[in-house]
Design a protein around this ligand. Structure first.
Ligand SMILES: NC(=O)c1ccc[n+]([C@@H]2O[C@H](COP(=O)([O-])OP(=O)(O)OC[C@H]3O[C@@H](n4cnc5c(N)ncnc54)[C@H](OP(=O)(O)O)[C@@H]3O)[C@@H](O)[C@H]2O)c1
Length: 309
């Protein structure tokens, strides 16, 4: 049996992740085997473990690489193709490995002009950004506030919203304000200053049309800057903790398989230079745990990725 290096959760009752040897995955009929060129780092990579799996379990949800084997039901993808893929909650393990199995339906061709690192940075944050915009339901001329706007999701939402003519405000610590403005932000708020909500309300002429709470725990403060009857969308699963007020609709983003086509469109826009992809750092494989720790601080600017040699 061929083996490879992976980063794996060692046990169900411990969050510890370590580099270990594991068998190269056997692919199913509708899967491809990818030689991983890079993988994206997510806040929940350490804890996204499917029920009933054996340990060590290879973690990871997204990556990019070269197809080295195709299952007998796979169509339209060949050995040698460069692809972006996702591996969320796969029983056979994820992308933090030298080789990963990926279902053909998750594949997006990696455009020639993009590196593996750029490809690996898009799927999860890109999907969340697109689903956020969809849920916000805004049009040109509307205003948006994003809580936690300099991270992987916010850096994309700022640009996609501004491109639609939506006026965007967002929060981060002061050191990230110039970064967010360069992406199209009009008003930067420092969440460490107690009076930031008043600044957003004044900027928006009384309140924004809608707010996007990316950081958990930011929902109530985000709602306070929304105008009466506006909309608050949460990204981190904590919408139930928010008491709606002043006729404001509170919802969590919802997932749709249709977003996959839009993510492919986003990849094309990034390849054409129409959307900037912000990568916090490209970590070597041996330093993947440093990348995870950086992401877990919730202070990464853009997306952290790990590149294999
Ligand atoms: N539902 C989904 O499909 C989905 C998908 C992916 C991720 N998520 C969720 O989205 C979140 C990750 O988003 P992300 O990777 O874009 O960003 P992130 O790394 O979690 O957050 C970074 C941003 O949050 C700011 N921030 C840090 N502490 C803050 C605080 N106390 N108050 C307000 N802002 C604060 C940071 O600013 P500074 O660095 O300047 O402090 C930065 O702008 C996670 O909670 C994850 O669960 C959901």
């Amino acid at each position: 049996m061929e083996t490879m290096k992976v980063f794996a959760r060692l046990a169900a009752d411990s969050g510890e992740v370590s580099m270990v040897d594991a068998p190269v995955p056997q692919i199913g009929g509708d899967e491809v085997l990818v030689r991983v060129g890079a993988f994206g780092v997510g806040l929940h990579d350490r804890s996204f473990i499917p029920r009933g799996v054996a340990f060590p379990y290879t973690i990871g949800t997204e990556g990019a690489g070269t197809v080295v084997e195709t299952g007998d039901q796979v169509a339209g993808v060949s050995v040698g193709d460069r692809v972006i893929f996702t591996t969320s909650l796969q029983p056979q393990g994820g992308a933090w490995a030298e080789y990963a199995a990926a279902n053909q339906h998750t594949l997006i061709p990696l455009p020639d002009g993009l590196t593996f690192a750029q490809g690996a940075a898009v799927p999860i944050a890109g999907k969340a950004a697109l689903e956020s915009l969809n849920a916000l339901g805004l049009q040109g001329g509307d205003s948006l506030f994003i809580a936690g706007a300099s991270g992987a999701i916010g850096s994309l939402v700022i640009q996609l919203a501004a491109a639609q003519g939506i006026r965007v405000a967002g929060s981060a610590s002061a050191g990230n304000h110039a970064h967010m403005r360069a992406l199209g932000l009009e008003h930067a708020a420092d969440y460490q200053q107690a009076d930031w909500p008043e600044g957003v309300r004044v900027w928006a002429g009384g309140g924004v049309s809608a707010a996007l709470a990316i950081q958990p725990g930011t929902g109530m403060a985000s709602q306070s800057v929304v105008r009466d009857g506006g909309r608050l969308i949460t990204v981190s699963g904590d919408s139930a903790q928010i008491r709606p007020e002043r006729g404001i609709t509170v919802q969590q983003i919802s997932h749709s398989h249709a977003t996959q086509i839009k993510v492919a469109g986003l990849v094309a826009e990034i390849a054409k230079g129409q959307v900037q992809l912000i990568i916090e750092n490209e970590y070597p494989f041996a330093e993947a745990l440093d990348a995870l720790k950086k992401t877990e601080t919730r202070h990464a600017r853009g997306k952290s990725v790990v590149v294999l040699g």
